[in-house]
Design a protein around this ligand. Structure first.
Ligand code: PMP
Length: 409
């Protein structure tokens, strides 16, 4: 590939040098989590070696260093998603916690009896269950945008769901089970026209495409650090300033207060209002380093290279007899879900693991969309920029061998 030196890139990721069952590791499980470049590992070690302190409230030098590092990471996130204001970036544990924060704070405040929350059929359980819980508590209703047989949302059906009772539309930008790229900008615009707020789940989009929250126009955008080459345990809620300022804190404690008496507490302004207690300081700093790394490669270069990998992989898998691709929307990123006739997905996953190839099998925390596609489980290879055409060839070779052995089973 001319524009992208994948072999140089791979040297930045120590774990990619691992061998599994005597074979070089082929990591095709990027939708579950991504690996960390040495620069991220080093940045976290540097934090503990030279900067470690609690933040925001001590007089000493290390507190200043740790605060600078943490707030520097917040600014990196702001620039990465093109948020207008750094105080709109709230650190949380990940996408799951991000959506729960919005449900518990904004949702608890704004959703009432008879109100409607719209999600799509594609959602990860993290973007279903919190709304279901909220709806059950408030007497509200969850409504679902259907998809076509390729796994793309049906916009005309969506428009029919919107009405004056719609209070929130919460959709993923990329499906973790099928890879469908959802037209979130259009969905958000229609939500706003109906007077609803909109949340975009960026867990699967953030590492594969340019994200511009001002262009998308949603009220909330959320993602996990570990899916974008950063550490686990750190993630982001971005929200529009006026929306966040109007929301109550969802957890109380230290760091989020301006003044406390037994009668009353005055809260800090955003973002601290939503960051009660000691946060995951080191991993926020690590996320900042991951963003620096992605910026050095260039997200457009990444997207172009991954597109070519995906087209190559989908075509090669599609040629295997007995293999059914699950999710064939025209606009896709990273994910190549499939089933293979006469094999369970676990058997395929096992055969791949024996050759050092890591994929996820099962329902991928997105049971409703798999059932919509007529299956309970898929084999799910998912790509990142450090994958190679050779790794896809290895994947296809194993699946082809299983396919060839079908009749002799
Ligand atoms: N939404 C989507 C689309 C996802 O792919 C995931 C992770 N598989 C999540 C939400 C949940 O992310 P986390 O487990 O990092 O909280």
């Amino acid at each position: 590939h001319p524009a992208f030196d994948v072999h140089a890139v791979r040297r930045d990721f120590p774990v990619l040098q691992e061998r599994v069952n005597g074979r070089p590791l082929a990591w095709l499980d990027n939708a579950a989590t991504t690996h960390k470049p040495q620069s991220v590992i080093d940045r976290i070690a540097y934090f503990y070696q030279h900067e470690n302190s609690n933040i925001h409230r001590a007089a000493h030098e290390l507190a200043a260093r740790a605060t600078d590092a943490y707030e520097g990471a917040r600014e990196r996130v702001r620039r990465f998603i093109n948020a207008p204001d750094v105080n709109e970036v709230i650190f949380v544990r990940g996408t799951t916690e991000a959506i729960n924060l919005v449900a518990k704070s904004w949702g608890w405040q704004h959703i009432g009896e008879g109100d409607e929350i719209i999600v799509s059929n594609l959602e990860h359980h993290a973007n279903i269950v919190p709304w279901q819980q909220l709806a059950a508590a408030k007497g509200a209703k969850l409504r679902v945008i259907p998809v076509d047989d390729s796994g793309q949302v049906l916009l005309d059906e969506y428009q029919k769901l919107l009405n004056s009772r719609t209070k929130l539309v919460s959709v993923t930008q990329v499906s973790n089970a099928l890879g469908t790229v959802v037209p979130v900008k259009q969905i958000v615009e229609l939500a706003h026209r109906a007077g609803a707020r909109a949340l975009v789940d960026g867990a699967q989009s953030i590492s594969h495409m340019r994200v511009d929250v001002q262009d998308i126009g949603a009220d909330f955008f959320v993602f996990s650090g570990h899916k974008v080459f950063g550490p686990t345990g750190i993630g982001v809620v971005w929200g529009k300033r006026e929306v966040l300022e109007d929301m109550p804190p969802w957890q109380g404690g230290g760091n989020m207060i301006a003044d406390v008496t037994f009668e009353k507490t005055v809260f800090q302004p955003i973002p601290n209002k939503f960051e009660a207690g000691t946060g995951n300081i080191a991993d926020a700093v690590g996320l900042g380093a991951a963003i620096d790394y992605v910026n050095r490669l260039g997200i457009e270069n990444i997207a172009r290279y991954e597109h070519d990998l995906l087209v190559y992989g989908m075509r090669a898998l599609g040629d295997v007899r007995g293999l059914r691709l699950i999710g064939t929307a025209a606009d896709k990123a990273s994910v190549m879900s499939f089933t293979l006739a006469d094999y369970t997905t676990a058997e395929v996953g096992q055969a791949l693991n024996e050759e050092g190839i890591a994929v996820r099998t099962g329902h991928h925390c997105a049971q409703p969309i798999l059932r919509r596609m007529g299956v309970e489980a898929t084999v799910r290879p998912s790509l990142a920029f450090y994958n190679t055409f050779e790794e896809i060839d290895r994947l296809v070779a194993v699946v082809q061998r299983l396919s060839d052995q079908r009749r002799s089973r």
